[in-house]
Structure formats: structure tokens, C-alpha cells
Design a protein around this ligand. Sequence first.
Ligand code: F6P
Length: 332
Amino acid sequence: MSSARLYSTAMKHIGVLTSGGDAPGMNAAIRAVVRTAIHHQIRVSAIYRGYQGLLDGDVHEMGPRSVANIIQRGGTILRTARCKEWMKPEGRARGADILKRHGIDGLVVIGGDGSFRGASKLQEEHAIPTIGVPGTIDNDIYGTDVSIGFNTALNIALESVDRLRDTAASHDRLFLVEVMGRNSGHIALNVGVAGGAEAILIPERPVDVDAVADTLAQAERRGKTSSIVVVAEGAFPGGAIALQRSIQERAGFDVRTSILGHVQRGGSPSTRDRVLASRLGYMAVEGLLNGEQGVMVGTDKRGHVFVPLDDVWENEKPIDEPLVELANILAV
Ligand code: F6P
């Protein structure tokens, strides 16, 4: 595969880091980056704890065995951190110096929007070729159909919804299930549709509690004895607990609330996430060697796509409107 392509001879040593919230499949992406680099006889170093680790000089060269037995593990072996200093030009200048001191001439950043903003600034200010790999359970990254970790998080949340439906049906209860997504409803929408939720509440649509209570009351009149409402973390001020109080005030339902929280971020990645992460990690290195920089490698119907990092963090990924409509139709 590689012989047909024109590779940059300039790039000799790449760095890889994970940043922002961890996501299942990040380890598969790290493995792919390390092994693809080694395949091309390029040195590769791990930068631990994201941009913070870079500023602390936590940089270590990797070999093919450094990433053995990690493809099945959740979290990120490189660990991750939020870094305030990276938001300032002086912090990024220090980071660029540290990269240069290590002889790192290309960087792969696995993370979400915030991480890409930092990566884009590094590229602009210090001309260090940088490429992003989308990793977040939220799937809220513009420019890619799907991000690493989303599929696993959906599976975990859906299993919980299915379990809660069993107990909801046994007790004729209404369950509010809060899933992750401070600013985005992609998890809630997909889990809600897959779990047959009676209502799905997402940050992209204002929540009208009266309308929700009314929908549930109508469902009861149509003979439903129990209901599941999937609520994204950021859909309602105060979250699902506050929503429970508001619904109880309006209707006499027996309501229980289950907050799934960080459970959705851990655990072994699904097949789909492992394959996606392996592909994107591979493509990130291939892209760097082919002169791509200041871009994220994403995936859509065409296969892989390179999208400018600025477009990625400046735009919001739209919610799947037809899926919202479908959810409403099927919830009768
Ligand atoms: O972005 C991923 C995510 O899990 C969101 O869904 C959630 O709102 C946030 O991270 C939680 O962040 P933290 O782990 O810092 O509490």
C-alpha cells in the first residue's frame, strides 16, 4: 500500500497525545499511530497527560511492544488532562520548544473540539504539522460522521435503558434516564430511539416540561403503564433530578431517576470503535507523511476525509433531524 504513495522524507519523528475526556477506543488509535509510524521507520513518542504532560516534559519514545495488549482496554494509556496554560500563546510557545527539543516534527492529537482548538493554534503559531483524530463519546465533532467511543457509550447506555425498562414495567413507573452530553444530544437521541423511549430530551431543543408531562399523560391514557424518558445531561437546567421534580409537580406519576454518568465512558471498546480507531490512527500518520496538516481525519460516506481543524472547532455538528422525527413517530 505504502509504495504507491509519495511520502514526506522531512518527517522523522511524530508525537501522539490524548486530550479532553477519555473515550473507549483511544488505545486502539494510539496503537495504530505507533505501529503505522514504525511501519514507515519513523520514530514515535508518547506524550502523557495531554498538553499538560507536554509542558511538563512527560515525553517517552515508543516501540511496537509499548502498545501491546491495549486494543481491548478502555480509557487511554497515555492518560489525559485539561490544561489552562495551553490556552495562552506563551504556554503553546513553551510546548512548541519542548517538541522541538525532542526532535518531534509532527503531532497527532486524539480528542475533541477543545483539543483541536489547541492543536490548530499550535500549528498556526509554530508551524508544527498537526493532525487531529476525533475521540469523544459525545459524537459532537463537526466534520466526521462518528467519533471514537460513541458506539461503545451507546451500547453501555442502551443496556442500562433495557434493564430499567424491565423494572419500570414491573412497577408501572416512569423512569428518567440521564445520559451524558452536556452540550449535545447525540447519545440521548440514539439511545432513546434504540431503547424505544417515550420521550427524548436533548440540549439542541428547548424542553417544555408541560408538553413532556402531557405526552406522558396521553401515553398513559392510551394504555401505557410505564415509560422511559431519556434525558441528555445538558437538556434541562439542574439535570434529570430537577426535571423529575418538575414533572412530579405537574402530574401524579411515580417517577424514578437514574443518572448513568461516567459509567458510559469506561469499559472495553466495541468492535466498531476498535476498527474505527485503528483506521483513523493509521490515516492520521499516513496523512502527516503525505503533507496533511492543520486537519482532522474523519469519516463519512466517502471513507476518510481531512477537514481543516478550524472548521471542526468553529462549527457545531447538527443533530440528526430525521431521527428526531422518527423518535416522535415511534413513541406512540
Ligand atoms: O465530553 C465527554 C463528556 O463525557 C460529556 O458527555 C460530559 O458532559 C463531560 O465529558 C463530563 O466531563 P468530566 O469528565 O470532566 O466531568
